[in-house]
Write a protein that binds this ligand. Structure first.
Ligand code: G6P
Length: 614
């Protein structure tokens, strides 16, 4: 995930080491390129960028000693445009007088860019951020903060922003909307800004966190914070942080996995942001636009992936067949690459991969390319191999996942499957009303997930209670059959002393039921959907054999308590969207069971985040 650092003092000195130290603290978040700009009291500037590690940037900067009194720096995790020095931040205006670093996404950057190009602005990068630098230039008259305020009024999207200008030196202007920013000023008049408390703790523990829609002007003499909408000055107090660096890296959570599970609602928001045209019931997937005519002709889709991503693909199959009317096959990449699938010109291949580097997924993709069919990707890592090698695709936009087991990226994959279903469905027979309904309900999902997160303590209690068992079967039907497999996979990955398998509930009678006894718990995913009654019958059969039962059910379903020993409730939503609500408690269950068993939940034994060998 991108990171921001900014520093200001009241005299020229070697400030590069300060910026570099701040960037190094942000490295744990993951990044692909980095850069800094510094400005001295004569309004001269120096910019350095690198597509390698911060260490390389440090070496480059050492070759050009440049005393300065202010500077900003950035670690970039690409979202718009490939990993190149031109796309790395800081970005600047035409005259190289305004510099900015930005976390987040400017959704309407294309419109802004086109308008500014017509006015003669010269763009050098492919990023959304550069549009903002030029927009600030466009408004610049007397001072930097006024120009930033005017520019941000026209911006749709999210940002954590730090801006400096040689035209209005000795100040850093920062602004926030949905992307964190924190700053501190010490008695010596030094200012430090960062997107992450990890970079500030060594400087000071007295900090101010900016709130959404706030803009601040920071100088050696002090700070002013304004509300962006009313332009009113706000009173802000410093708060004392008692976090260790390690705790700050995890934003106060005990593990990355828990942090990333708690970020699942936000992951969905980030994945669907700017991609819904509510009034037309349409999904806007910019990455598919160039192949949309070909997609209209497609009669069959192959969704190919590995691990957790393969379960998102399986859920996608149910959605695409039921709502887009497209025949869909899913396959594990390591199988697809060695079989002889029937691929006609009306077939498209879709790789689903968080990392975009999984060896089997890449090999399957190459096989599909060799057969000359349209290839697509759903990928989180921008510029990764899958992203580069497919004809078109959709990015997840959820930032890096640190924990080995995929959680927030999985939820994002599910939400993109919904968008894809509406995109393809509306090209076919899906009605405006249906498109609107699905997208309207999808937009509510993050808030519904937050309701489930409030039940974390209860889920923890259940996980701790059941962590003494050594075997589990997870069962679910239709949309939740793949989620049963995901629940089992997570449990055996994270709480690796427990063996677990996931099955479509109807298959239970063809084997797993033989295992049912008082020492073998069954975990049922049973929302109130079109197959609820069937799932309940399976549950009764297990109950009759004295096996302990945990169930996930829809709020208001009291009767299920007569069968299940423990129930986790989820709010009501459309059947096709229930997997997003049922997988969250399963992720928490695996996490808490793993912690109880003293497992290394972030780095489980024998597993790798990205499996780049066959
Ligand atoms: C590994 C990871 C899983 C992931 C799978 C597929 O097994 O531990 O969390 O689901 O690879 O990775 P991909 O990057 O292709 O989604």
């Amino acid at each position: 995930m991108c990171g921001i650092i900014g520093y200001l003092s009241n005299e020229d000195k070697d400030i590069v080491p300060i910026l570099i130290a701040g960037l190094k603290r942000l490295e744990y978040r993951g990044y692909d390129s980095c850069g800094i700009v510094v400005c001295n009291s004569k309004s001269e500037t120096l910019i350095e960028k690198s597509t390698a590690r911060v260490k390389k940037l440090e070496e480059k900067a050492k070759n050009h000693p440049f005393p300065a009194n202010m500077g900003i720096g950035h670690t970039r995790w690409a979202t718009h445009g490939l990993v190149t020095e031109k796309n790395a931040h800081p970005h600047c205006d035409c005259k190289r007088e305004i510099f900015l670093v930005h976390n987040g996404i400017i959704e309407n950057y294309k419109t802004i860019k086109e308008k500014l190009k017509k006015k003669g602005h010269n763009f050098i990068s492919e990023t959304d951020t550069e549009a903002l630098a030029h927009l600030i230039e466009h408004f610049f008259k007397d001072n930097l903060e006024d120009a930033v305020k005017k520019a941000l009024k026209l911006v749709k999207g999210t940002y954590g922003l730090a801006v400096i200008s040689s035209r209005d030196p000795k100040k850093i202007v920062i602004a926030k909307n949905a992307s964190p920013l924190v700053f501190s000023i010490n008695d010596g008049g030094e200012v430090l800004v960062a997107s992450d408390a990890t970079s500030i703790l060594n400087f000071s523990r007295k900090v101010i966190f900016l709130e959404d829609k706030e803009i601040a002007v920071l100088t050696s003499k002090g700070f002013k914070v304004f509300d962006m909408e009313s332009d009113r000055l706000k009173t802000k107090e410093f708060q004392e942080l008692d976090w260790t660096i390690e705790k700050a890296e995890k934003s106060g959570y005990s593990h990355f996995m828990l942090k990333e599970i708690c970020e699942e609602p936000e992951a969905i928001r980030n994945s669907i942001r700017g991609r819904i045209i509510a009034e037309d019931g349409l999904a806007k997937l910019g990455g598919l636009e160039k192949v949309q005519d070909k997609l209209r002709e497609i009669e069959k889709l192959f969704l190919v992936s590995c691990g957790t991503a393969s379960y998102a693909a399986e859920v996608g199959k149910y959605m695409l067949e039921e709502y887009a009317g497209i025949s869909t096959e899913t396959d594990i990449a390591s199988e697809f690459r060695y079989r002889k699938p029937i691929l006609t010109k009306k077939t498209a291949f879709l790789a689903v991969s968080q990392s975009g580097e999984t060896a089997d997924t890449l090999a399957a993709l190459n096989e599909a390319k060799r057969k000359g069919i349209l290839t697509l990707g759903i990928v989180n890592v921008v510029g990764s191999s899958v992203a580069r090698q497919t004809d078109a695709g959709i990015y997840n936009h959820v930032g890096p996942e640190n924990a080995v087991a995929s959680t927030k990226a999985f939820l994002s994959q599910l939400s993109i499957m919904v968008l894809l279903t509406v995109f393809l469905g509306r090209q076919r027979d899906m009605s405006l009303v249906m498109g609107k309904r699905i997208l309207g309900e999808l937009e509510k999902i993050p808030d519904l997930m937050k309701e489930i997160l409030k039940e974390s303590e209860k889920i923890k209690e259940i996980a701790v209670k059941y962590s003494r068992y050594r075997n589990f079967i997870f069962l679910g039907r239709k949309y939740n059959a793949p989620i049963a497999k995901e629940g089992a996979l997570k449990l055996k990955e994270i709480a690796y002393f427990i063996h677990a398998e996931g099955y479509p509930a109807g298959e239970m009678k063809h084997g797993p039921i033989a295992l049912a006894d008082k020492n073998f718990p069954f975990f049922f995913i049973a929302p109130s959907d079109s197959v609820y009654e069937k799932t309940i019958s399976n549950m009764e059969e297990i109950k009759a054999r004295n096996a302990p039962i945990i169930a996930i059910a829809t709020k208001g379903n009291e009767e299920i308590k007569n069968i299940a020993d423990d129930v986790i409730y989820i709010p009501k939503t459309l059947e096709m969207l229930t997997p997003m609500l049922t997988s969250l408690p399963l992720h928490l269950f695996a996490y808490y069971a793993g912690v109880k068993l003293n497992c290394d939940v972030d780095r489980p034994r024998n597993l790798a985040k990205s499996v780049t060998v066959e």
